[in-house]
Design a protein around this ligand. Structure first.
Ligand code: NCD
Ligand code: ZN
Length: 355
């Protein structure tokens, strides 16, 4: 049987939500990934070191028995205190600051509207080498939703890069050829995370022949030519591109409704879904660096000591997972994924069977 043993990977973009969901959301990630960068867009958002410290403890409690380290992010607001951010970074409690343009995505209401108001934070972060994680979409209602990432590059990211040339920037979950080109060509420390679902889906998958709410996420999936550019970037061996699933669970009822939430729940299948793409492109030899090296290197973290073995064997994905009093539909629900962890305990019956 075909198998691939690699250094345990990191997920550099993950939504774990909070209790009562952590017992559901933490294990699928902890079984595959040694570390994950945990997004702070809870409601209310994680805007202070105090809240962040308690949130980290709740995650660690849910990860008991797993070899898993959550890397924490702080939610940037126009009121964020640069000195508090500096202290959190120095103490090792905060790995990165996350910026959500106000109104861009799930729970971004408290995000930043006027970037000038957070200049003092960026100055300090640039000095201390602290990474800034960016949701890269403009919120201007006049801009077509399919163009919001592209316009963000011109209107926001290019000026930010020019104003803070040494700031470590991660453009999250990129979805366009323009973003690939921008990150490839930009000067200074800049990188991008790429999700598994954006390597698999284009907008026809979302909209042609019926609307599929479980493929709706932000930034929205684009034309096939953009998916192709993302696949090329991910499999290219360019260290500016690395793994970040953006796994973002929402209860089925919140997705399948008149105004559904954005987010794809991919954590249980993401590693195998990435491998499918790398295998199709004859790039399995480049997968370990994409999944386990480039992100850690960019964040200035040591590479993980452990290994994981993935085997080329069908993973039967359940229709849903129990999610509090509701259910959540995973990416590839009721389908098969071609790779799974060796000795997989991922789909133990109690993980998904209704009580
Ligand atoms: C994320 C969520 O649900 O928290 N949704 C999404 O579509 N990606 C937020 C985000 O990362 O934009
Ligand atoms: Zn996200």
């Amino acid at each position: 049987m075909k198998s691939l043993t690699l250094t345990r990977p990191d997920d550099f973009h993950l939504h774990l939500r909070d209790q009562p969901f952590l017992e559901v959301t933490v294990p699928p990630t902890a079984k595959h990934f040694a570390r994950a960068l945990v997004m702070p867009n809870l409601q209310p958002p994680i805007t202070t070191l105090e809240k962040l410290g308690y949130y980290k403890k709740r995650i660690l409690a849910a990860a008991e028995g797993y070899d898993f380290t959550p890397l924490m992010t702080l939610y940037l607001t126009e009121q964020s205190d640069p000195m508090e951010i500096k202290r959190g970074f120095a103490e090792g409690l905060v790995t990165a600051v996350k910026i959500y343009p106000q109104g861009a995505t799930t729970h971004s209401e408290a995000g930043v509207r006027d970037l000038k108001k957070t200049d003092a934070v960026f100055q300090v972060m640039e000095q201390i080498g602290m990474p800034l994680s960016i949701h890269g979409e403009v919120v201007d209602p006049a801009i077509d939703i399919f163009d919001r990432e592209k316009v963000f590059l011109e209107r926001v990211l290019a000026p930010l890069r020019a104003d803070f040339p040494a700031l470590k920037i991660i453009l999250e979950h990129i979805t366009t050829k323009e973003a690939v080109d921008f990150v490839t060509e930009a000067q200074g420390p800049i990188a991008a995370s790429i999700t598994a679902h954006h390597l698999h889906l284009d907008r026809n998958d979302l909209l042609a022949g019926g609307i599929r709410p479980h493929f709706y996420c932000l930034p929205i999936v684009k034309r096939a030519e953009h998916k192709e550019a993302l696949i090329e970037a991910a499999t290219s061996g360019n260290p500016k591109f690395f793994l970040g699933t953006d796994s973002a669970p929402h209860a089925q009822a919140a997705k399948e409704t008149a105004c559904g939430c954005a987010g794809v729940y991919s954590a249980p299948v993401a590693l195998g879904a990435y491998l499918e793409v790398f295998e199709q492109r004859g790039a399995l030899d480049r997968f370990e660096a994409f999944a386990s090296f480039y992100g850690a290197d960019f964040y200035g973290l040591p590479r993980n000591p452990g290994k994981i073995t993935m085997v080329k064997e069908d993973l039967e994905v359940p229709e849903f997972f129990v999610y509090g009093c509701e259910v959540v539909m995973p990416f590839r629900s009721e389908a098969k994924v071609a790779w799974k962890p060796k000795g997989d305990q991922l789909f133990k019956e109690e993980d998904w069977e209704e009580e």
